[in-house]
Design a protein around this ligand. Structure first.
Ligand code: SAH
Length: 251
């Protein structure tokens, strides 16, 4: 069955409406028609089984047959702050982190970042990332859309992101590997992983993070490319939390 993204505000009772690119794809590419059965994901924890009722230009109205809690919701709320990477790498990272059930991506402006965008929100770039996250949501049928936070400066991250139960900065020069104890044996409900840009973190940044209470952890003896390290860190933390492999506990 084909899945489409539906904005939660476009679901009212047993009626759902999909519009724009999603509607065009269903109509012109997949040639769906009245009576076709489709899946809908709303990015807020639910999936729907629905039947197309009316096909209008740029708009499809559907009758919902069944509403079920989405399966792919991890028990760990995992944030990942990523030193800004070049465009295509960031685009690929949005998809990778979506598939690994990361809850929130925070783009980070670091000392050695090759790309030095201003902190804050560059509307065009964030809209592209949101579209990639919606595509990944449908493709991997995760229940909740990846949040993409405002771009933050490194200092701001250390000062502001204090609510996470575990805060871990991954650094190739750290002495300790990640362990289950770092996430209380998988019992923490939230964790923030921080990864550097292509040029890595400066020693000063790592030391400032440690002073702010972040754990510094190593991902093995090899120096990983930034996007490899981000995927490895997310997968390890999800595994320790019991998400990958074990049946995800519904939050
Ligand atoms: N500084 C290296 C590469 C940095 S890779 C260089 O200049 O070639 C980008 C980020 O990936 C690093 O900042 C770090 O967050 C993460 N990373 C890469 N290898 C790692 C390892 N072995 N352990 C922990 N983190 C690692």
């Amino acid at each position: 069955m084909r899945y489409f993204y539906v904005d939660p505000s476009a679901v009212e009772g047993a009626l759902a409406v999909i519009e724009g690119a999603e509607a065009a794809h269903a109509r012109h590419v997949l040639r769906l028609s009245r009576g076709s059965e489709v899946g809908l994901v709303d990015g807020c924890g639910f999936e729907y089984r629905a039947v197309i009722d009316r096909m209008l230009p740029g708009r499809i109205e559907l009758q919902i047959r069944e509403k079920i809690p989405a399966a792919g919701i991890p028990s760990l709320r995992l944030g990942l702050a990523q030193g800004w990477l070049k465009e295509k790498k960031m685009d690929r990272l949005v998809r990778t982190l979506s598939e690994l059930g990361v809850a929130r991506l925070i783009p980070l402006v670091c000392a050695r970042a090759v790309v030095k965008p201003a902190a804050g929100r560059d509307a065009f770039r964030f809209e592209r990332w949101r579209r990639i996250a919606v595509e990944a949501l449908k493709q991997c049928r995760r229940g909740v859309l990846l949040e993409i936070g405002e771009g933050l400066r490194f200092e701001r991250l250390l000062a502001a992101e204090t609510a996470w139960e575990a805060r871990i900065l991954f650094w190739e020069e750290a002495s300790e590997p990640l362990s289950a104890a770092d996430v209380r044996g998988g019992e923490v409900t939230s964790a923030l992983a921080v990864l550097g840009p292509e040029g890595g973190f400066s020693r000063e940044e790592a030391e400032r993070a440690a002073a702010a209470g972040f754990l510094l952890r190593r991902l093995g003896p090899r120096v990983l490319r930034a996007e490899t390290a981000a995927a490895a860190a997310a997968a390890l933390l999800q595994h320790l939390a019991g998400d990958l492999g074990a049946t995800p506990k519904r939050s």
